[in-house]
Design a protein around this ligand. Structure first.
Ligand code: RP5
Length: 169
């Protein structure tokens, strides 16, 4: 378990230790934005009780959950079944099917229990989407997330302009 020091605003659940390399850009981006998070490895299939207790522990404080899982990926859906807070699901390409299995498992939630699904291995966007949700809250405003997100977009555009300039000098 890893966390920033302050009380977490984002709860990150990861289906397996083997997923952590793909998850890292999410954690790096949350840190870049100064968003406190808590991350735990917990499997919907192998340790369902741990998923339930993790969500119960995080639920009072966090405003957004992010769940990463590959293969028959039920983690995000199970997390969503235990909270009414927004759940972002990230399907992972850890299988021989290249993540299509996890994409469909994460995305095709039955009516009533939504999961906002990112691209396969879309770890960075999961953090940015969490930041966008948090930016609507007093806690997110306290972290200057609206301004940080706007600045991030400006820098993103700059990097595209820089690439063109470099190619033509
Ligand atoms: C999923 O099964 C995990 O999220 C991981 O992507 C995949 C394989 O897990 P390991 O067998 O490597 O633990 O539950």
């Amino acid at each position: 378990m890893e966390s920033l020091e302050r009380s977490p605003l984002v709860g990150v659940l990861v289906g397996s230790k083997s997923d952590l390399k793909v998850v890292q850009p999410c954690l790096d981006t949350l840190r870049e934005f100064g968003i406190p998070y808590q991350v735990t490895v917990a499997s919907a299939h192998r340790t369902p009780e741990l998923v339930e207790s993790d969500v119960a522990e995080l639920e009072p404080n966090v405003l957004v959950f992010i769940a990463f899982a590959g293969m028959a990926a039920h983690l995000a859906g199970v997390v969503a079944s235990k909270t009414t807070k927004p759940v972002i699901g990230v399907p992972l390409s850890s299988s021989s099917l290249g993540g299509v299995d996890a994409l469909l498992s994460t995305m095709q939630m039955p009516p009533g229990i939504p999961v906002g699904t990112m691209a396969v291995d879309g770890a960075k966007n999961a953090a940015l989407f969490a930041a966008a949700i948090l930016a609507l809250s007093p806690a997110g405003e306290g972290l200057s997330l609206p301004a940080k997100l706007a600045e991030y977009r400006v820098n993103l555009a700059e990097s595209v302009f820089d690439a063109s300039r470099e190619l033509n000098t």
